[in-house]
Design a protein around this ligand. Structure first.
Ligand code: 1CP
Length: 354
């Protein structure tokens, strides 16, 4: 790892170590993507998963938002679906629909048709190569995030076959086939751990776990099926990496009752969505808290974005804060409105030079 460029912007890493920073750092979930014309142009030439699998393409697309905006982090261009693909489930990206599985899991017998323990270092090596190349290309100007989809979120897609409003098919598994569900979730957890460890070894400097469908779960289901697995991910990743472990971040979308559980965990960063109150944020204060402007706020006129940004910053006063949105940026967002958000965070939080 020693031949990586020296970091010239390490605000996020400093915040995670509890050190002072000159201004609140900011990055954006889904900062590379369809709201950028250069990304849409690139996608005309290359299929989505072809970009993920080719380290040079993935690097190029990761760099696109960094060239436009004054961001404090990058996130490797990939998708959470690379894990189900590694488990030998076919998943294709359908325009206007999103990731789609050709043969979703229907009954527990279908678990025999997939590979529950893939050799991550072999089948996902392309992600590690993309991370190493991208970290070198960024040249120390921003730290690089690696990520995984959390086990429940991955299971939800593998059973539903794609996005869903209710996740009722996947929840049906939890109620009807609890043992098979646990078997699948446990296998996914092991893959998540190996994959995050590999990403850190390849050069990822922060790791984020996306539990994007936490909001489908009741507190009972959350406690029964996923909390212990999410905690295991942070604990085992850190145990395997030892003192070199990067900070690890957890995002349970829509899960306030879940956030408090991570105060007593190995996670360093808790990402929150826009529905959380100042009081709830303060309960997470012993951790770094990341978030949380509503991505729809970026549809408002620029003056209103500036005002909402100042209000958001106030909610995080006294907390170690990494600014972000409360969920990924939407494809029809005007990039200039995102610039207003980023620049306002920097301007409002810049400390006077000593
Ligand atoms: O800069 C970046 O963040 C880009 C890298 C990235 C990441 C971190 C992509 C590219 N996807 C993700 C994570 C991801 N993928 C999550 C977790 C974060 C979140 O909650 O938003 C999830 C749930 C997915 C699944 C996914 N992939 C969806 C949602 C499907 C649904 O209906 O629930 C979609 C639409 C995708 C496709 C996708 N992934 C990434 C991009 C740029 C796109 C657009 C597709 C395209 O270019 O055709």
């Amino acid at each position: 790892m020693s031949d990586f460029p020296v970091m010239t912007n390490d605000r996020i890493l400093r915040i995670c170590r509890g050190e002072e920073v000159d201004r609140t750092p900011i990055w954006i979930m889904r900062q590379a993507g369809r709201y950028l014309s250069e990304f849409r142009e690139y996608r005309k030439k290359h299929e989505f998963f072809e970009i993920c699998r080719n380290p040079e393409y993935a690097c190029e697309v990761t760099m696109q938002p960094l060239r436009r905006f004054d961001l404090d982090a990058s996130i490797i261009f990939s998708d959470i679906m690379v894990i189900p693909q590694a488990m030998e489930m076919e998943c294709v990206m359908i325009s206007g629909k999103g990731p789609t599985f050709t043969s979703p899991l229907d009954t527990p017998e279908d678990l025999d048709k997939i590979n529950l323990s893939p050799d991550v270092n072999k089948v996902l090596q392309y992600v590690f190569d993309a991370i190493t190349l991208t970290r070198k290309t960024i040249g120390g100007k921003q730290p690089l995030f690696g990520f995984v989809g959390a086990p429940w979120t991955l299971m939800a897609y593998m059973v539903e076959g794609g996005g869903s409003k209710t996740y009722s098919k996947a929840k049906k598994w939890l109620y009807q086939y609890p043992e098979a569900s646990e078997k699948l979730l446990d296998a996914l957890t092991t893959v998540c751990i190996d994959f995050l460890v590999g990403q850190a070894r390849a050069g990822a400097q922060v790791l984020q776990v996306f539990e994007s469908h936490a909001d489908a779960l009741s507190p009972e289901l959350f406690h029964k099926f996923t909390l212990k697995l999410l905690k295991r991910i942070a604990t085992e990743v850190k145990a395997k990496l030892g003192k070199d472990s990067p900070p690890v971040s957890i995002f349970c979308k829509g899960g306030h009752f879940m956030n408090n559980e991570f105060v007593k965990s190995e996670y360093d960063i808790i990402q929150v969505d826009w529905t959380i109150s100042r009081e709830q944020i303060l309960e997470l204060k012993s951790k770094v808290v990341q978030g949380n402007l509503d991505p729809c706020q970026l549809y408002a006129p620029k003056e209103e974005i500036e005002k909402a940004t100042r209000e958001m910053l106030k909610k995080f006063e006294g907390v170690r804060h990494i600014a972000n949105l409360g969920h990924g940026i939407y494809p029809d967002t005007d990039p200039d409105h995102l610039r207003t958000y980023i620049d306002t965070v920097h301007k409002e939080t810049q400390k006077a030079q000593a």
